[in-house]
Design a protein around this ligand. Structure first.
Ligand code: G3P
Ligand code: CA
Length: 349
């Protein structure tokens, strides 16, 4: 092989590496990590924040006591949940508008499977099994103990966050808020009543029992112990009026971005003094950069694999909504390989 050919092969093999390097250098200039770090430090939000999306919902049925207890004990920074209201006014955690996917509503209330959550009383919802669907869908992660898991109220979620050896914060979404007039006021009032909107006494020194217990999550003791989130700008504006000192995150999907453009969304977020929670596709540095320059932090949903966590961290993400707290916490070196079996064996649900 002559020298010219060798040189050509060398150049051709180096091109992808050079392009990747150029991409990361460009990304760093678009979104320098220091910008997000400074913003999160001011807000006392861990970076990267690990937000247990619907609890540890890869390993346990979403938004149930099992999923939240596990996420808490793993050390997730925040317990995430979708707040809706029952017919008789209880604030409960359910993701979908209806109960079909995650409960046995069809069996218990035949004919009401497509009825929305607000048409059920708390007593009615309490008759439903929110665990068995998970076992049927995820045979490899099924557990007998999941059968019959009950709906969780916001009040119960608060109790979960307050107990145990970790202090996670609460990351609460007003879900379909147009269906629930006044829900923002009720949520704020509940959190106030429970002592979650002012100073909260918590921290490792206040732990009951073994004070040497390792603490991973402390977000629940800091300034941003509660974060509100919504896809609805109207709901975010109401939350701003009701609780201006509580951090707010405007969730952004691809449709919103197509309609308004990223700059328009960032401008809106600035007007509402909200931060941003875009879908993973909007995690590139040309999205995170302008957000940071406008003083907005960026928490991305829903990120469930190591390569995505790595890539999006390089591109400026300040945190992640993830179904896989166990994986994300280990990936970022916050915990060593979690012994999920032992954790589960200690949980009462
Ligand atoms: O709440 C964060 C993000 O995951 C929004 O999506 O549909 O899971 O509530 P969703
Ligand atoms: Ca949510």
């Amino acid at each position: 092989m002559n020298l010219r050919k060798i040189r050509l092969i060398l150049i051709l093999t180096l091109i992808p590496e050079v392009l990747v390097l150029a991409f990361f250098v460009f990304s760093r200039t678009q979104s320098p990590p220091a910008a997000g770090r400074a913003l999160t430090e001011k807000l006392e939000i861990p970076r990267p924040a690990i937000v247990a999306h619907r609890g540890a919902s890869y390993l346990a049925p979403e938004e149930t006591r099992a999923a939240y207890l596990l996420a808490r004990d793993l050390g997730a920074d925040y317990l995430e949940g979708d707040v809706q209201r029952t017919r008789d006014g209880a604030l409960v955690l359910v993701h979908d508008d209806t109960l079909e996917r995650t409960s046995n509503v069809a069996q218990v209330f035949p004919g009401r499977e497509t009825h929305t959550v607000d048409t059920f009383t708390l007593a009615e919802l309490s008759r439903l099994d929110f665990g068995s669907w998970f076992n049927e869908k995820n045979k490899d992660r099924a557990r007998d103990r999941f059968k019959g898991l009950k709906i969780v109220t916001v009040e119960e979620l608060i109790e979960i966050a307050e107990s145990g050896n970790q202090s996670p914060g609460l990351y609460l979404e007003t879900k379909s808020p147009e269906r629930y007039p006044g829900i923002e006021t009720e949520l704020v009032n509940l959190l106030k009543r429970k002592g979650w909107l002012g100073e909260r006494k918590c921290g490792p020194d206040l732990l009951p029992g073994d004070s040497s217990a390792r603490k991973v999550a402390t977000a629940g003791c800091g300034k941003s112990k509660v974060i509100f989130q919504s896809f609805s700008a109207d709901s975010i504006k109401k939350l701003l009026e009701l609780a201006p000192n509580v951090a707010r995150v405007l969730l952004v999907d691809q449709e919103m971005e197509k309609k308004q453009g990223w700059n328009g969304i960032v401008a809106d977020a600035v007007r509402m003094d909200a931060h941003l929670g875009p879908v993973g596709y909007l995690g590139w540095s040309w999205y995170t950069g302008p957000a940071h320059r406008a003083g907005r932090i960026v928490h991305i949903y829903t990120i469930n694999s190591s390569w995505q966590l790595w890539l999006l961290s390089q591109l400026g993400a300040d945190g992640f909504f993830t179904d896989r707290s166990e994986l994300a916490l280990e990936f970022f070196g916050r915990i060593t390989k979690p012994d999920v079996e032992t954790l589960f064996s200690k949980l009462v649900f």
